[in-house]
Design a binder for this molecule. Sequence first.
Ligand SMILES: CC(C)(COP(=O)(O)OP(=O)(O)OC[C@H]1O[C@@H](n2cnc3c(N)ncnc32)[C@H](O)[C@@H]1OP(=O)(O)O)[C@@H](O)C(=O)NCCC(=O)NCCS
Length: 173
Amino acid sequence: MPPAEPWLGSFQELVAETGAAGEEFCSRLLRWLDLSPADPPRFFARLAELAAGERLAAGLVPTTFYWLLAGEQVVGYASLRHKLTAKLRLEGGHIGYLVRPRARGRGYGKRLLELLLPAARAAGIERALLTCNISNVASARVIQANGGVLQDEVYAPSSGRFVQRYWIDLRAA
Ligand SMILES: CC(C)(COP(=O)(O)OP(=O)(O)OC[C@H]1O[C@@H](n2cnc3c(N)ncnc32)[C@H](O)[C@@H]1OP(=O)(O)O)[C@@H](O)C(=O)NCCC(=O)NCCS
């Protein structure tokens, strides 16, 4: 579902939980996109700007956020990037996602990507590029379970990591 005010507190807990687990992925993304959950009006206004492709810093593309709820808890989020840049083609792709550490291993990652694919199709994406660090077995399984076909494994100089690149064909979706 699109991010909405009643669940912002739960999203903040998710951010705190990933930080406490020593994961930088989430806080780095929020900083990079200038998204501050501590300031609700600005947070939601910024989400709208990102989705509309307004006030984008160099290297950013229009991006829509989704939250995955289990009951009243935000258990994960995904970001849908409407276009690819040369950097995203190498690492990042169209869709990024995260499940809060304590909710992992229960199928939420697979479900999150499954729900994102029709949204990607609706945004005009015919083939979605998904990338993951070669050591990220859980993410690779999430992608494979959703029809990802491995293209290759490449070195991404900006992160210094080797990444797998998968494509998911959405034309029949
Ligand atoms: C990747 C991530 C989203 C997976 O979420 P999840 O809710 O645990 O995923 P699921 O429960 O749907 O599990 C998917 C598969 O990964 C496997 N898996 C889960 N955790 C695993 C682990 N630590 N090691 C190996 N496999 C694992 C599951 O067994 C399942 O495999 P299966 O299809 O063979 O049964 C989650 O680990 C995460 O948020 N990681 C940090 C952020 C991240 O890496 N995002 C992806 C960037 S590319």
